[in-house]
Design a protein around this ligand. Structure first.
Ligand code: NDP
Ligand code: 2IT
Length: 447
């Protein structure tokens, strides 16, 4: 088995040797899925995984725009159309200076499995740009988004590829992107998700990723007859996912003690309650400030510069910032301090070594492709409402989200339960996600 996995990974490395994040995501899937393929004749010998690691299409384009000082700026735009066997490409857009083909291919690859897990008919894709939104004026953001969409529009559509938000892309950016798409096509369609409530957006979509991450953790805790009530929660990030993961944790009776951004983290021993969270939402979403400003408003809290929050004591950890933000020594600190549950809100936040440590200690650990799937699932529900030209209530969407997270949890149990009863959610999510896409690919032949 080891040789088969190594042979496959050697081939993938040969083709993608300069893409570390992509290789990391593929390796995790290969290690759990190849043993399953070998045991199942219908998948064996058909190079299905080899087909799945090659994007169906990789689009890279120039984005030129003029900044407020009149200077011409040039950025790189991408869309990775990874797999459309079970539905149109679906996945977010990331605007961040670190964006490159490796990061977007890892995200697109993960998205294929995640979207399959949601139970909805969505293929996988991802895109974005190395554009840095930090410090840009609203007008600069608008000009960049318009320039970006003036090329992307020819590659996407409501039945082809439906982008959404990710790091650096929220409702403001989706608005500017949607405006240019509508103008170029002269069509009002559900081509993007995460839209505003008066122009085709779905209730609960802004909350969905964070809420879903907590719903998934709730499902995991239930297997141990446990809950969020009275638990201490450590959260990284302070963007969309982190904010709503915090909100739902509070609603379920937990105490949230940290939030972070790329400059450091804040620790509030008294707990970040609803009022304090409102302050954070205003600070990050309206004022576009830094998390360190929290301690000016709440002097009992402390700010630790340049560090992540994993060495603070907690019962539950929710990494909600970015990839590879939780390393082996962080995992060790969490375990030493008694953490019993880690639910990933971000994509691939835990390194391979950190996951191995969680598995060895047999704590509850959910990989992002299962636990953060509530965001894209609710995007799927937004697409359904757009097609129906109808709008569900908050309760309707929230109940569907809860059901989807429970279904994903069930799939992980089905494919990930070990002989001793421990649930390996990584294995469960990878195999369950794989089976649906592989079956569709087999049915459709070699295309
Ligand atoms: P936002 O842009 O709203 O927030 C991102 C947060 O993470 C900010 O606090 C940001 O800090 C921090 N962050 C970003 N990059 C880094 C970095 N390199 N090091 C440390 N901190 C960093 O993004 P989202 O909340 O939407 O996304 C967060 C994560 O969740 C990502 O991994 C994304 O892929 C994933 N995700 C998002 C979904 C969604 O629906 N939005 C769905 C599923 C997953 P700073 O402001 O300093 O950059
Ligand atoms: O990583 C993700 O799942 C997202 N950024 C959300 C994608 C979407 O299409 O809603």
């Amino acid at each position: 088995m080891k040789d088969t996995i190594k042979g496959f990974l050697d081939l993938v490395k040969e083709r993608n040797g300069h893409e570390p994040e992509f290789l990391q995501a593929v390796e995790e899937v290969a290690e759990t899925v190849i043993p399953y393929i070998v045991q199942h004749d219908i998948y064996y010998g058909k190079n299905i995984l080899l087909r799945m690691v090659e994007p169906e299409r990789l689009i890279s384009f120039r984005v030129c725009w003029v900044d407020d000082s009149g200077e011409i700026q040039v950025n790189r735009g991408y869309r990775i159309q990874m797999n459309s066997a079970i539905g149109p490409y679906k996945g977010g857009l990331r605007f961040h200076p670190t964006v490159n083909a490796s990061i977007l291919k890892f995200l697109a690859f993960e998205q294929v499995f995640k979207n399959s897990l949601t139970t909805l008919p969505m293929g996988g894709g991802k895109g974005g740009s190395d554009f840095n939104p930090k410090g840009k004026s609203d007008n600069e953001i608008m000009r960049f988004c318009h320039a970006f969409m003036s090329e992307l529009f020819r590659h996407i559509g409501p039945n082809t590829d439906i982008p959404a938000g990710d790091i650096g892309v929220g409702q403001r950016e989706i608005g500017f992107l949607f405006g240019m798409y509508r103008k170029m096509r002269n069509e009002f369609t559900g081509v993007l998700t995460g839209k505003g409530m008066t122009w085709g957006g779905s209730l609960i979509r802004p909350e969905a990723t964070g809420y879903g991450t907590v719903y998934f953790a709730e499902n995991m805790l239930k297997t141990k007859n446990d809950s969020f009530e009275g638990k201490t929660v450590v959260i990284s990030g302070s963007g969309n996912v982190a904010q709503y993961a915090a909100e739902k944790s509070l609603q379920l009776g937990a105490k949230v003690v940290t939030l972070s951004d790329s400059s450091g983290y804040i620790f509030d021993e008294d707990g970040i309650d609803e009022e304090k969270l409102k302050f954070v939402m205003n600070l990050k979403n309206e004022k576009r400030g830094r998390i360190s400003e929290y301690v000016k408003e709440y002097p009992n809290a402390r700010f630790t510069k340049g560090k992540t929050p994993w060495h603070e004591t907690c019962d539950i950890a929710l990494p909600c910032a970015t990839q590879n933000e939780l390393h082996k020594d962080d995992a060790k600190a969490l375990l030493d301090n008694g953490c019993i549950c880690v639910s990933e809100g971000a994509n691939m936040p835990s390194t391979k070594e950190a996951i191995a440590a969680f598995h060895k200690a047999k704590i509850l650990f959910a990989p992002g492709k299962a636990s953060n799937a509530g965001g894209v699932a609710t995007s799927g529900l937004e697409m359904t409402q757009n097609s129906l030209r109808y709008k569900w209530t908050r309760e309707e969407v929230d109940n569907k989200l809860k059901d989807i997270m429970a279904d994903i949890h069930k799939s992980c149990i089905e494919y990930g339960t070990e002989e001793d009863g421990y649930i390996d959610y990584v294995k469960g999510a990878n195999i369950a996600g794989f089976v649906k896409v592989a079956d569709a690919m087999l049915a459709q032949g070699i295309v």
